[in-house]
Design a protein around this ligand. Structure first.
Ligand SMILES: *Cc1c(COP(=O)(O)O)cnc(C)c1O
Length: 389
């Protein structure tokens, strides 16, 4: 019986929602193909942050399986590594899981925001003397700069030291669908144990739609998370109980998030999804080229992905000498322009300071409804709103 709140909810066992469970399995299989693994497992989660937390816990379970019964007491000090450009969910996960934020070692990035593999190697070697490293979290598509960590080199280090390698591809994972841009994640098919990928970002699946993909296909995910509730997951059912996949989740009832992706995939086809990615990146490229042409606009860095980060230097600052005073003044410009655009109601554009860089605008273009004219408008409008600054 379906009523009210149960409608469209995804339950835990095959007998209750056979179609949604099969759809989830099919979508996960397809995503694994795009990663390039021969086999794997996975689960849809409410958000990339949650996928990262699942991965961190799974890596720890693999490292010390007895933790499931014994808990944290008696464990050595576990440490993990990620870059200083990582998503903040890494810290949240470490604190929630009892690992502790101080045991998240932030590895230095280069001028483009990519993790420096040599720094990782150094930190792992140092940490091994005094603690128990168990995990490296690389980022494919960082949140602010859109940088891709060098997965091949990081994989070599993880392989050498026997560390779990998780890739937070929440933002950048969708590039895997594009034959033109999948090289950004080169190496992901190799020594990578898990991947977080949010189709609700670049591919624009209905929010929320996020998967954690795991290379292990021997049931690690289920072993780690299952509680084997006897009232749902009876082992003596008449059908193949491996289809009762709900016990891989920390949730009980779940929404059928995979269905959103499945439906979109059926409607647009793989080519349609690929076009979404290509179009978004082509538009970002257009914006970059326009920024380079216009006086007063300055890119922070040459972007790899759809994150276009730039400053607008208003007329009064253009003749100023480069120095602390210039940067301090420039820092105040973006908030003023933002206030003006919001009060006028013309557009909304995010800004932030980042890693010692003063406030800059960050335009991420993903909507297929946005055109080159909109990009021109964006730049015209900034010029217009800031001409007296
Ligand atoms: C957006 C993002 C996340 C978080 O995803 P949510 O679905 O918002 O929880 C994690 N990592 C990266 C790199 C992201 O860009």
């Amino acid at each position: 019986m379906n009523h009210g709140g149960f409608f469209f909810s995804f339950r835990y066992t095959y007998e209750v929602s056979p179609v949604f469970l099969l759809v989830e399995e099919a979508v996960i299989k397809k995503m694994i193909e795009f990663i390039g693994w021969e086999e794997g497992d996975g689960i849809f989660n409410p958000g990339g942050s949650v996928s990262n937390m699942y991965a961190m816990n799974l890596a720890r379970y693999k490292f010390c399986p007895e933790i499931k019964e014994k808990g944290l007491s008696g464990l050595p000090r576990l440490v993990l590594f990620t870059s200083e450009e990582c998503h903040y969910s890494m810290k949240k996960a470490a604190s929630f899981l009892g690992i502790g934020t101080e045991n998240v070692y932030l590895i230095k990035t280069d001028e483009r925001g990519k993790m420096i593999p040599e720094e990782l190697e150094k930190q792992v070697q140092r940490a091994r003397k005094e603690s128990a490293p168990f995990l490296v979290c690389a980022t494919a598509g960082t949140t602010v700069l859109g940088a891709f960590d060098p997965l091949d080199k990081i994989a070599d280090i993880c392989e050498k030291h026997g560390l779990w390698l998780h890739v937070d591809a929440s933002w950048g994972g969708s590039a895997l669908i594009s034959r033109k841009h999948c090289r950004l994640l080169h190496g992901i098919h190799r020594y990578v144990n898990s991947v977080a990928w949010n189709p609700h970002k670049m591919l624009l699946a209905g929010i929320q739609c996020c998967a954690l993909l795991v290379k292990d296909n021997s049931g690690l995910l289920k072993k780690c998370y299952s509680a084997k509730a006897a009232y749902l997951f009876q082992q003596d059912k008449f059908y193949d109980v491996s289809y009762d996949t709900g016990d891989k989740s920390i949730q009980c009832s779940r929404r059928p998030d995979a269905f959103k992706f499945w439906l979109m995939w059926k409607a647009l086809g793989t080519t349609g999804l690929e076009e979404r990615v290509n179009r978004a990146l082509a538009l970002a490229r257009y914006l970059v080229e326009e920024i380079k042409k216009r006086e007063g606009f300055q890119l922070l860095l040459e972007p790899e992905y759809a994150n276009v980060c730039f400053w607008y230097i208003p007329p009064s600052l253009r003749k100023m000498e480069d120095g602390p005073e210039f940067w301090q003044k420039l820092h105040q410009v973006a908030p003023i322009i933002k206030e003006r655009m919001m009060k006028k109601g013309s557009m909304m554009l995010g800004y932030q300071p980042h890693q010692g860089k003063v406030n800059f605008f960050r335009q991420v273009v993903i909507s297929p409804q946005v055109s080159r004219e909109d990009m021109d408008f964006l730049l015209d409008e900034i010029e217009l709103l800031a001409k007296d600054l």
